[in-house]
Design a protein around this ligand. Structure first.
Ligand SMILES: CSC[C@@H](O)[C@@H](O)C(=O)COP(=O)(O)O
Ligand SMILES: [Zn+2]
Length: 245
């Protein structure tokens, strides 16, 4: 794991201009800013979790095993898109910071981008982990978290170009089983996306969640809505209230 010092001093001589911008909306500025917020929300503590943004034919990726809330724009990797998923082609990393490795979540993020996403967020939120435990009896390809008749469901799309879910709809988020290594989750994520082509999120049992959106704002607000619903479901469970009518 890179030390904080390594993280702060890590620099590169290759294509630095790709991560240098005064624009706060530039992905190399947005990823560190988002990760600081996500850390404060308990989504990316202890180096877990992260986020990646697609901007045209460039993919911006955080480094692996670092304190995500301390990340700086000069720590960001840039991949030329499209690229092979795992391992991503060496030559396609058009910017690599010294002393750092790209996030182990990269093949998962690339799966979301193949699906048309503009941003993908991975959290280790305890609410996400807890709901996967509450529905643990449901294993296999049909495992799913479901909730209905809660206003915040309207923050989640019905599917690409299909508008948002309604109050009386049931939100279904597929759950895949965790693996020892992050990259080995890729086939499970692909299978869940195939089975649930309208989903914008996949829970990973005892691990967290991957949420994506057409752009950064949509990925962030969808992830916030889901986290709200997971927390609510856990609290409803504690109160003995059913969360699916
Ligand atoms: C606390 S270790 C977590 C990792 O194994 C992984 O699950 C994760 O979310 C972050 O991977 P990383 O390679 O640091 O971006
Ligand atoms: Zn993780």
């Amino acid at each position: 794991m890179a030390s904080t010092e390594d993280q702060v001093v890590a620099t590169t001589t290759n294509n630095d201009h790709l991560v240098q911008s005064d624009d706060p909306e530039h992905p190399a500025n947005l990823i560190p800013e988002l990760c600081r917020k996500f850390y404060n929300w308990g989504w990316v503590t202890g180096t877990g979790g992260g986020t990646s943004i697609r901007h045209g034919d460039h993919i911006f990726i955080a480094p692996s095993g670092v304190q995500k809330e301390l990340m700086k724009s000069e720590n960001i990797f840039v991949l030329q898109w499209p690229t092979k998923k795992y391992p991503a082609e060496e030559r396609n990393y058009i910017r690599r910071p010294l002393k750092l490795n790209p996030s182990a979540c990269t093949p998962l993020f690339l799966t979301a981008f193949e699906n048309g996403a503009g941003c993908c967020i991975h959290t280790h939120s305890q609410w996400a982990v807890l709901v996967t435990l509450l529905v643990e009896r449901e294993k296999g390809p049909d495992a799913c978290f479901e909730i209905s008749t809660i206003e915040q469901i309207k923050g989640i799309p019905r599917g690409k170009g299909k508008g948002m879910l309604g109050y009386y709809d049931t939100l279904s988020i597929p759950i895949i089983e965790n693996t020892a290594f992050e990259e080995d989750l890729t086939s499970g994520l692909e299978a869940a996306m195939k089975k649930y082509p309208d989903t914008y999120a996949v829970l990973v049992r005892r691990h967290g969640i991957y949420v994506w959106g057409d752009n950064v704002a949509k990925a962030k607000t969808q992830c916030e809505s889901l986290d709200y619903l997971f927390q609510l479901a856990v609290e409803m469970h504690k109160l003995g209230l059913p969360w699916v009518k």
